[in-house]
Ligand binder design. Structure first.
Ligand SMILES: Cc1cc2nc3c(=O)[nH]c(=O)nc-3n(C[C@H](O)[C@H](O)[C@H](O)COP(=O)(O)O)c2cc1C
Length: 419
């Protein structure tokens, strides 16, 4: 066991690497992290034994002088850290907009509607939220769905609205409408990989930088609120344009950049290449927001250490673990964070579902089923809960089934994890 905390076999390679970086030590590669992991798990095992376990005769593993360094890092991971004054992502300003802490909920179509955004906001630790992307063409036609996407409440502030499109004049008009609606920021989507979107904006614009420049200048001239962009690294590995786009955007008066370093062709496969975030950060003076593959709080520390980014943006992980922003704040303040117990998960599911019902959200039952598959991860016997929710015919019945499921569980157990 690590001192009074968790069993060492819970400490994963990723956590070990993040811990080493987080506490201002040098980065360790996954090979070194693996050695630390084994050393934590089997305290009596010498590194020579470890080499034998790996069936390796690598001098890196067996050479004597490396032992003290490993011991030092082991201590670092195993010791509960004292509160740090040097809090990561404490705050960020985009002109007049204070983002505190600098943890941002990524825009996600079909997920980050007003109910989900308020839900995240109330859980704490999230400094900025964004609407899902809204078509500038739809806005100009006063399309019902576009208007619905732009509904927000004051408690969501600061809030950014994201638009997409490919026509400079229409995007400028859409941005003006965003400003009139009282949003704090307007963001342009340069990341959506969907076929029907890339024909008229999204990541398709990364292949036409002259058009992109006209768009950026048109939006900039149309609004006085801060203007930001969110972009992928490029169309394909052969067409990486992130640094070029970043410099051009800064030159056009864009005030912050969110970088999701995957290419359009990559979609969501493979890994986000954080090196590109680092290159962008080094290329511009405006704030850079790092995004992509932050799955647990320690990843955010690793992202900052590797890239120097000014804020972290989290998407998919927030859908299955909406506490992640609060956990980040806890991690950066006290060096550890609390994992939710069953009671917390019950509370979470009930609160979100009740919000959907109270607000007569269109398609509430569909959303309940969609979120059930995310929120129930980590719940004991979660498969049964998911089955129960999927089998319900109406929204009220979903709530009854959730109540009955949690009532049938044995008393919840507390769990705290640390790195
Ligand atoms: C279901 C879904 C919907 C998304 N919708 C949007 C969107 O509307 N606008 C946008 O800029 N990115 C969108 N994204 C991309 C995310 O904002 C984010 O860049 C991506 O998921 C990588 O971050 P993550 O690894 O933290 O999830 C979406 C992603 C997902 C999974």
């Amino acid at each position: 066991m690590l001192p009074g905390r968790i069993s060492s076999d819970v400490v994963g390679i990723r956590q070990i690497r993040s811990a080493c970086i987080f506490h201002n030590q040098r980065a360790v590669n996954s090979f070194q992290a693996e050695r630390i992991q084994v050393a934590l798990r089997y305290p009596k095992l010498s590194l020579i034994d470890f080499a034998a376990r790996r069936n390796s005769s690598s001098p890196l593993l067996t050479s004597g002088p490396r032992q003290p360094k490993i011991e030092r890092i082991k201590g670092l991971v195993a010791t509960r850290q004292s509160p740090t004054n040097n809090m990561l992502f404490q705050s960020l300003r985009i002109r007049n907009v204070a983002i505190q802490p600098a943890h941002i909920l990524a825009p996600m179509a079909g997920i980050t509607d007003t109910v989900f955004r308020r839900f995240i906001k109330r859980l704490g630790g999230c400094g900025l939220i964004m609407t899902e992307f809204v078509s500038s063409e739809g806005m100009i036609r006063q399309n019902f769905r576009s208007q619905r996407y732009l509904y927000y409440m004051d408690e969501e502030r600061p809030i950014s609205a994201q638009i997409f499109g490919a026509d400079p004049a229409h995007l400028a008009e859409a941005a003006r409408q965003i400003e009139d609606l009282g949003f704090d920021l307007v963001d342009l989507n340069l990341g959506c990989p969907a076929k029907k979107v890339v024909k008229c904006g999204g990541s398709g614009l990364l292949r036409d930088l002259p058009l992109l420049e006209r768009i950026l200048r048109a939006i900039r001239a149309a609004v006085t609120i801060p203007f930001t962009i969110k972009f992928r690294s490029g169309w394909s590995d052969e067409e990486i344009v992130a640094v070029q786009v970043a410099r051009m955007a800064e030159d056009c008066g864009v005030e912050a950049l969110a970088v999701h370093p995957r290419t359009r062709l990559q979609g969501y496969s493979g890994r986000a290449n954080w090196e590109i975030i680092q290159q962008v950060k080094q290329a511009v003076r405006i704030p850079v927001i790092g995004n992509g593959d932050v799955q647990a709080p320690p990843d955010a520390a690793a992202l900052q250490a590797q890239t120097g980014c000014d804020a972290v943006m989290i998407g998919r992980a927030a859908a299955s673990n909406p506490w992640i922003f609060r956990q980040l704040a806890e991690l950066f303040q006290v060096g550890s964070y609390r994992e939710p117990a069953d009671a917390d998960r019950y509370d979470l599911i009930r609160t979100y579902y009740s919000m959907l019902l109270a607000e007569d959200t269109p398609g509430a039952i569909g959303k309940m089923k969609q979120f059930a598959s995310w929120f129930t991860h980590g719940v004991r016997n979660g498969t049964e809960l998911r089955r129960q929710v999927q089998g319900a015919r109406e929204a009220g019945e979903v709530l009854e089934r959730v109540d009955a499921f949690f009532a049938s569980l044995a008393p919840p157990q507390e769990a705290t994890i640390a790195i």
